[in-house]
Design a protein around this ligand. Structure first.
Ligand SMILES: CC(C)(COP(=O)(O)OP(=O)(O)OC[C@H]1O[C@@H](n2cnc3c(N)ncnc32)[C@H](O)[C@@H]1OP(=O)(O)O)[C@@H](O)C(=O)NCCC(=O)NCCS
Length: 179
């Protein structure tokens, strides 16, 4: 799981991606608001660009978690997506994405959605390959970097790929697991 210290680290700034879309009639549900699935599609593209730029190779989505839909996004709205790598592991990376919505009239950005995506870098043979470690660039990056380890342990436990006994960061948070 440990980061690849033999590869030079990169900062989240180096792969940050900002993408802007406008909600058109074909993107909406029967209420005239943006369909959740269309938003997830945009979020997947934005975060895949970030992961691919960090890894310098194609990266596939392995998991999506903690997607929140805090407000409806109305037809005609301007949607800005911003993604950053929070932490890189051996072949996988966690990408945090934030979605801001504004109208032409207000031009005031409101945070409407957040999520964490996990991507795995693939080499020419389609197999997972090592990725550069992340060097947090500011206190916010450092906080997300530290918490990413707990999120990784939890998602791998929920995916049946890890035992709670092998999750030291979660144990430190919740107390040691009893045998
Ligand atoms: C993602 C994928 C490449 C992982 O392959 P695998 O054979 O499980 O590979 P490994 O066991 O070597 O794991 C590779 C990495 O993926 C991570 N991973 C695998 N499944 C995961 C999951 N459910 N959640 C989070 N990370 C996961 C592992 O933790 C590992 O990370 P690490 O190297 O940083 O420790 C493979 O499952 C795949 O190709 N999935 C389909 C991807 C895809 O098509 N995405 C689009 C979906 S629409």
């Amino acid at each position: 799981m440990t980061a690849n210290t033999h590869i030079p680290a990169k900062t989240p700034d180096q792969s940050e991606t900002v993408m802007t879309e406008m909600v058109l009639p074909n993107d909406t549900n029967n209420l005239g608001n943006l369909m959740g699935g269309n938003l997830l599609h945009w979020m997947d593209i934005c975060s895949a660009i970030t992961a691919g730029k960090h890894a310098n190779t194609i990266a596939v989505t392995a998991a999506v978690d903690n997607v929140s839909f805090q407000h409806p996004i109305y037809g005609g709205a301007i949607v800005t997506l911003k993604s950053r790598v929070t932490r890189a592991f051996r072949t996988s990376m966690e990408v945090a994405i934030e979605v801001y919505t504004e109208t032409m009239e207000s031009q005031e950005k409101v945070l409407t959605n957040t999520a964490f995506y996990t991507f795995v870098a693939l080499g020419p043979e389609g197999k997972p390959v090592p990725v550069p470690p992340i060097q947090p660039a500011n206190p916010g990056d450092r906080e997300r970097y530290d918490a990413a380890l707990r999120r990784r342990e939890l998602r791998l436990i929920l995916a049946g790929r890890k035992s709670p006994k092998d999750a030291p960061a979660l144990q430190a948070l919740f107390g040691a697991v009893q045998p």
